[in-house]
Each structure stands twice: as C-alpha cells, then as structure tokens.
Design a protein around this ligand. Structure first.
Ligand code: ZN
Length: 240
C-alpha cells in the first residue's frame, strides 16, 4: 500500500536516517523562514513544502511564496513562534490574506517548560471557525491531549489530524487508547499518517499505526485513505 508522509522536516535529528523505504510522497514542513530559505531547494521535485506563517516578521515573504504557488500549506507552531493564546485573533485576521485553498497545519504537541507558548485548543477553534472554508490540520493530533481535542473539535468539518510523532510517543502511555479512539470515530478522510522525521522513526510510526488498524479492523479503503490518499489530496505538489 502506498504511503504519503504528511509531516517531515529536513535535517538530522535523534532518529537518524529515514527508515521507511516505500514512501510515494512527502510534505516537508519548515518551522523557520531561515531554514526554508536555506533548504527548500533541496526538497525533491514532486514533494510538497509547507512554511511557517510568521505573521510578525516575515508576513510579506510568506504570502509572496504562497501566492507564487510554492507552498502546499502554512504552519503555525506556538513554541517556535512564541505564541500566546491572545495572538490567535491577529493570526486569524492575517490568514485572510493567504490563498483560500491553502491548508494550515497547527502544531498541537504539548511539551516542555514554556507553559505560556503551548498549543491552544481555543486558538485552533477560533481559526477554524473564522475560516470555515479553509482546511486545518492538527499536527500530532493533540499529543497527550488527544481525547480533549477529539471531543471539542468533532463538529468542525474542516479539521484534519496528522498522527506524526504521537503514534510512537504515546504507544506505551495511557493515551494510546485515546489515539485509537480518535482514529476509530473520526471521518477517515480527515486523518493522515505522518512521521515527524527526524524526531521520530517513520517505520515505528507505521508499525504502531498498523497495530491500530488491526485492532479496529479498518477496511482496506480506510487504511489507504489514512496512509496515502488524504495527505496526497491535501498537500498537492506544487511546482517551485
Ligand atoms: Zn514536526
């Protein structure tokens, strides 16, 4: 079965080399404009590129890249951008300037000591309701808050989930059942496999996900949606 990695970064990290052979497409995410400027050209042709929506320092540059059709999605990352919950209304306002077809990936992995800059469920709801025509991807599916995200985002049809990093990180924790519940009860057209390489092992991510597929007895069509089709359709590759 084909695989599309919805969430990968360039560079070397603790997980080492990319350990999954059969990947038909990849969405490379740049959380910093400086890294995008330096490395976007090294992304293979046919793969897609997503760029941080740095509305404070690089708004014109990001909008320019978006309007030239170089981006598959925008990214919002509360810790990298040092966002507070009070910043989301301004982000919602500025997002109106970006092409309407461009999805927005919002980091939602709670971690670290900087409690003022953690992901914001309230912020995601604000963005998704102010921009009902735009697709939003909850990166990492909410991390240890996955059940909370599932409960509060269920009625929003423009919310998608990527399973990057969380599959392996939560697999030996009490939240593993919550992640399986999210996959079981969410529209299978709105869930995507992702790795978060180099911070996670793509192969281990796949192994954990295949275990959940077996437990839930998902159909071949649903497995294909989650592993490949959904991300391929959302992050259409754009010429650069
Ligand atoms: Zn990531």
């Amino acid at each position: 079965m084909k695989i599309f990695d919805a969430h990968r970064h360039v560079g070397k990290g603790p997980a080492g080399r990319y350990d999954l052979a059969r990947v038909s497409g990849t969405n490379y995410i740049f959380n910093q404009v400086s890294s995008y400027r330096a490395n976007a050209k090294s992304v293979p042709d046919g793969d897609s590129v997503s760029l941080v929506f740095d509305h404070r320092r690089n708004l014109d540059f990001v909008l320019g890249e978006a309007k030239k059709g170089r981006l598959a999605a925008l990214k919002i990352h509360s810790r990298e951008q040092r966002l507070r919950e009070s910043d989301y209304p301004v982000i919602a306002e500025k997002l109106a300037l970006a092409p309407r077809s461009l999805p927005v990936i919002v980091d939602a992995f709670y971690y670290g000591t900087e409690l003022d800059h953690q992901p914001s469920l309230r912020g995601i709801i604000l963005l998704a309701t102010r921009h009902p025509e735009r697709d939003f991807v909850v990166a990492h599916s909410g991390g240890y808050e996955v059940l909370k995200y599932f409960c509060h985002l269920r009625e929003l049809r423009n919310i998608h989930y990527d399973l990057s990093f969380s599959l392996q990180y939560l697999s030996d924790s009490s939240r593993a059942a919550d992640l399986a519940k999210l996959i079981r009860f969410t529209d299978k057209r709105r869930i995507m496999y992702g790795s978060d390489h180099p911070w996670a092992s793509p192969k281990l991510q796949l192994n954990v996900l295949e275990g959940i597929f077996r437990t839930l007895d998902l159909s071949a069509a649903d497995r294909e949606r989650i592993l490949y089709k959904n991300a391929r359709d959302l992050f259409k590759s754009r010429p650069r």
